[in-house]
Design a protein around this ligand. Structure first.
Ligand SMILES: Nc1ncnc2c1ncn2[C@@H]1O[C@H](COP(=O)(O)OP(=O)(O)OP(=O)(O)O)[C@@H](O)[C@H]1O
Ligand SMILES: [Mg+2]
Length: 247
């Protein structure tokens, strides 16, 4: 299947001092594709996400978004950050702002939307992720699952071309994991381009077009979920799967 590429990494290398955390990374994410990234702790998954969003500089290689090289600074960079939304493990909502304000802020500051329009859109998005009735509360008054759905609504409010998720359900109590994954599944069905770092193998099987397995800063396998889970090629992946599927 030939898809239009949206995110392209070519020969990307990154070091933290001596540590070579991203090694010759080649990765293409097509428009509308869902790529799940898995791998052991410390393999470079978060760094990969952060590099795509320019939260981490890289030492060599190129990263393209929609065919354009990523700007490294200035206004162009702010626009890029708005084009690639990011959802973190720890929600990262503004604690002293209401849910509604969390979802309108970026629209007003970065997208220059007027307040009424921004609020209308925010309410529609909060409804879409199932927390419309929480709009006037503060983040601390919400459950973890609700906060994470607000974080997704906030990312969507910027009308991003792609969304990056870094272990979005890892900090959640088990009963809240599914409500967040269900929102993500719906986004996938709606055609959102997504890169998702997760240990939720059920999500990977049901929603991913591809699974990328990382180990020691390298992409070791990049295959369909079906192929990856039934017939992992590398010893690293076999070892990882046997551990993760056991518990
Ligand atoms: N700011 C930093 N400074 C120095 N080393 C770092 C920094 N951030 C990450 N590292 C190191 O880079 C490597 C990759 O880290 P990264 O967070 O990308 O891994 P990960 O695959 O996301 O792991 P986890 O599953 O635990 O979240 C690790 O060895 C980590 O210790
Ligand atoms: Mg990580």
């Amino acid at each position: 299947m030939a898809v239009d590429p949206l995110i392209e990494l070519r020969d990307v290398n990154k070091y933290f001092g001596e540590l070579h955390v991203l090694q010759d990374i080649d990765l293409t994410v097509g428009k509308g594709e869902v790529v799940v990234v898995i791998g052991p702790s410390g393999s470079g998954k978060s760094t990969l996400c952060r590099a795509i969003n320019r939260l981490e500089p890289i030492q060599s290689g190129t990263i393209l978004l929609d065919g354009r090289a990523l700007p490294t600074e200035g206004r162009e960079l702010a626009r890029l950050r708005a084009d690639v939304g990011m959802v973190f493990q720890s929600f990262n909502l503004f604690a002293h702002k209401t849910v509604l304000q969390n979802v309108t802020l970026g629209q007003i500051k970065v997208r220059k939307a007027d307040k009424a329009k921004a609020e209308e859109k925010a309410r529609a998005l909060l409804d879409r992720v199932g927390v419309a009735d929480q709009a006037d509360k503060y983040p601390a008054q919400l459950s973890g699952g609700q906060q994470q759905r607000v974080a997704i609504a906030r990312a969507l409010a910027m009308e991003p071309k792609a969304l990056l998720f870094d272990e979005p359900t890892s900090a959640l109590d088990p009963e809240m994991i599914n409500e967040v994954l269900e929102v993500m599944r719906q986004l996938a069905r709606d055609g959102m381009t997504m890169v998702v770092v997760t240990h939720e193998m059920g999500f990977a099987r049901s929603a991913a077009n591809r699974v990328v397995f990382m180990a020691d800063g390298r992409i070791v396998e990049d295959r369909s979920p079906e192929e990856f889970f039934t017939d992992p090629r590398s010893d690293r992946a076999k070892d990882f799967l046997s551990k993760i599927l056991k518990h």
